[in-house]
Design a protein around this ligand. Sequence first.
Ligand SMILES: Nc1ncnc2c1ncn2[C@@H]1O[C@H](COP(=O)(O)OP(=O)(O)OP(=O)(O)O)[C@@H](O)[C@H]1O
Length: 319
Amino acid sequence: MSVNYNIILNEHAGSGRSGQIWPQIKAELDAQHVAYSVISTDYPNHAMLLGEQLAKKTPDTANANTVALAIGGDGTLHEVLSGIKKVVRRYPIPVAYVPVGSGDDLARGIQMSLDWKKALTQILQCQRPHLYNIGTYDETIKHQRGIFTNNFGIGLDAAIITKANQSKTKVWLNQHHMGSLSYLASAIGVLYNQGGFNLMVHVNQQRDIYQKALLVTTTNHPYFGGGVQIAPPATMLDDQLHLVVIEKPNFFKLLWLVFLLATHKHLKSRFVHYYSAKKIHLIVNSIEFGQVDGEELGGRYYDLYMNVDQYPFWIDTSV
Ligand SMILES: Nc1ncnc2c1ncn2[C@@H]1O[C@H](COP(=O)(O)OP(=O)(O)OP(=O)(O)O)[C@@H](O)[C@H]1O
């Protein structure tokens, strides 16, 4: 099947690494006589509008050969897919991305190559769409709906992402091809300052109340923060959302928890609670940082309903 790739390019992803690599990607596409068009983002969140425009102009027919190809990080793919999903379609447009951002956690989550050349091959040699889980959310206080390919986080992870996105260290680490460390670098200061908050979790018939939640992350796959395995058992193929709640211990136990997290043993800790379900309802009645796929939501209250859905990706990770 001959495919037409509609490229949405964020040259700013990976603190500009994406823009540096793009000429090489273009040369590869031209050498392989791939059919494509390309539009660059002009401002933050522009990829969402470009995704929406693509969904509006693409005929809603079976066997359409359009693929939306994001070039950037997880945030760029998130924006493209969010824009596409604004348009109700019978036949969804498959999405793909070349992971050239800072964290690239989705690529890790679906076991896609983190090397852009190999990742491009996994896209170009794909023969059919592959269905993966995505999350959908409905936040009823601010009446905000959306999707997440990776995770929706409240508390510590969101505070770390907010700090990383504002830090000069992220730029330096990206320039030295260590972008995934940028979240770790920001974690150090935030760990000490982040307070515990009140959380209600409603999953299936069960309601749990936490007085001092520190991190509340609902995820589709194991990774957040550039390769940290927050939910090791999660997979994007199991039709489930995975929720990890970490309660705030004292500072020394927190350092021990960080060690457990680094060695993937944190789920055994009494401060860590793990849920797996198709639907998750969370209430947070204090103002806490939030993040969706690494994009900052700012500080806010939450009355959050999340569901699992599926979406076609034009990526063949067996290549
Ligand atoms: N033209 C632009 N000017 C400034 N910012 C832009 C522009 N286009 C996109 N952006 C912003 O760039 C940000 C970073 O993109 P993205 O999240 O894809 O990369 P990253 O943060 O480096 O990687 P990751 O999400 O994988 O950690 C997004 O918030 C996006 O809105």
